[in-house]
Design a protein around this ligand. Structure first.
Ligand code: GLN
Length: 486
């Protein structure tokens, strides 16, 4: 297999065993970027020099016989809403076109602590609002499996780069599915941790009560290793959990005997693509052969999840986005007075979807409608949380499709409501704050990847990692690469 298609774990051991050098690998990834970026468009900023510099240091350490960490010398990308000191962080928005953060997000500090190698910043829907990366103010990202299709979103660049071989691993953010759905569309693994497991400090806020950062990788082993680096309490994020972080690599065992898997009937309803349904059902059935127990469950408030999410997320977004006023930082379009300066700036620099959400959010929060919309949505959120609490009394994990369809065509979801409905299987997980992972579970006849979503109890990433790993070992989906290379 080409070097740029290997998993992080395999590249790490090749480096340690001196089968390759970090320089060779970094150059291979850079040539891959040069060969694919024009078509795929996964990156907003490429930091080649930085990656080469890291490679040099890594090779020197190896030559001296020093230990190297898991990500040393392995070029990876970071979604462009995670602050990287000295490297532009635009959120794919014109309003932050020239924003160079003076500080690092906590996850980036943690990555620096293990000498990670930054290859660049990845494309996304503007401020993470969307499910196709078509809302980026800068460029389209294309699905490496079929360039007429979207990579999913909002972390489209994070998933497309890992699938295309232009990053070995990446970090995305997930507010309502933005790690899992693009992972599913691009045939890679995406993990959304429990709310509070990974610090949000330095993640540009979209909807603060839902946002989480997580890894996008080629297999479950890589996801577990990256979780070991980024998870943990942070004094800079008061919502981050104080619970000790386990060693997630200990969950990389092929053992699901006696595991109770819940299969929610509401997730296998109308609107799901037949090929997706068949692949997901086959995956769940294969757990039975591995000794797990499949239990039919109900999550009765699922049907209200989209309405509740699309009130809560825009309400929080409208509040969070007030800071882009043309004064504090970011772009400015002048006006005659302060009000027109702010109006001109926001009118010119926010995209259509961001404006739509600001309007929905402010409407839902306004005095006359607060009770009817925002407060009601919060009550529904509690009911959805209770559905999960109830279900987890009788099962260890819940399995569902990640998305109702495989990747759709660019332009196919022009109607925003149609796109919102695509989030039906992912948003309840954020509303409940529980962890979820998407793993490849097959391909459609058109060779488009399909994802299986595994949902766990709060702070029980270990069990979803174990379940995902066991399935991955039973199949060879993870070995399939774009272009048929194996
Ligand atoms: N598609 C959802 C939205 O547009 C989820 C986005 C996300 O997780 N960042 O809000």
């Amino acid at each position: 297999m080409e070097l740029y298609f290997e998993t992080a774990a395999s590249l790490h051991s090749m480096l340690k065993n001196k089968k390759i050098t970090a320089k060779e690998l970094t150059e291979a990834v850079i040539s891959r970027i040069d060969a694919t970026e024009n078509e795929i468009g996964a990156y907003l900023t490429v930091t080649k020099e930085n990656a080469l510099e890291n490679a040099k240091k890594t090779d020197e350490k190896i030559a001296k016989g020093e230990e190297i960490g898991f990500l040393e010398g392995l070029p990876g990308g970071i979604k462009d809403n995670i602050c990287t000191k000295g490297v532009k962080t635009t959120c794919a928005s014109k309003i932050l076109e020239n924003f160079v953060p003076p500080y690092n997000a906590t996850v980036v500090e943690k990555l620096l602590g293990v000498n990670y190698s930054l290859m660049g910043k990845l494309n996304m829907d503007e401020f993470a609002m969307g499910g196709s990366t078509e809302n980026s103010a800068y460029k389209l990202t294309k699905n490496p499996w079929d360039k007429e299709r979207v990579p999913g979103g909002s972390s489209g660049g994070a998933a497309a780069s890992v699938a295309a071989g232009s990053a070995v691993w990446s970090l995305g953010s997930d507010t309502g599915g933005s790690i899992r759905q693009p992972a599913s569309f691009c045939g890679v693994v995406g993990l959304k941790p429990t709310y509070g497991r990974v610090s949000r400090y330095g993640l540009v806020a979209y909807a603060s009560s839902l946002d989480q950062i997580g890894p996008v990788t080629r297999d479950v082993t890589d996801a577990a290793n990256i979780m070991n680096i980024i998870a943990g309490n942070d004094a800079m994020d008061s919502t981050s959990s104080k619970k000790a972080v386990p060693d997630y690599t200990k969950s990389l065992v092929k053992d699901v005997k006696g595991l109770k898997i819940g299969c929610p009937k509401e997730y296998f309803a109308d609107g799901m693509d037949k090929e997706v349904e068949n692949a997901v059902r086959a995956a769940i059935a294969s757990y039975k052969d591995m000794g797990a127990e499949i239990v039919d469950i109900s999550l009765p408030h699922t049907k209200y999840a989209i309405s509740s999410y699309y009130l809560i997320a825009p309400a929080e977004a409208a509040t969070n986005l007030q800071r882009y006023d043309g004064v504090s930082y970011g772009a400015r379009v002048d006006g005659e007075d302060i009000v027109s300066l702010m109006t001109n700036t926001r009118t010119a620099k926010f995209g259509a979807e961001v404006k739509r959400r600001i309007m929905i959010g402010n409407y839902a929060l306004s005095a006359g409608y607060y009770d009817a919309y925002y407060l009601k949505a919060l009550k529904v959120r509690t009911l959805i949380q209770q559905d999960f609490t109830e279900a987890f009394k009788s099962v260890d994990v819940i399995m569902t499709p990640t998305a109702p369809t495989a990747a759709f065509k660019i332009g196919e979801m022009e109607d925003p409501l149609k796109l919102y409905l695509q989030d039906i299987y992912t948003v309840p997980i954020n509303l409940a704050g529980v962890p979820g992972i998407s793993v490849p579970c097959g391909f459609t006849q058109n060779n488009l990847p399909i994802g299986l979503q595994i949902i766990g109890r709060p702070l029980d990433e270990e069990t979803i990692i174990r379940a995902a790993y066991a399935y991955e070992q039973e199949n060879n989906w993870k070995d399939k690469r774009v272009g048929g290379e194996n």
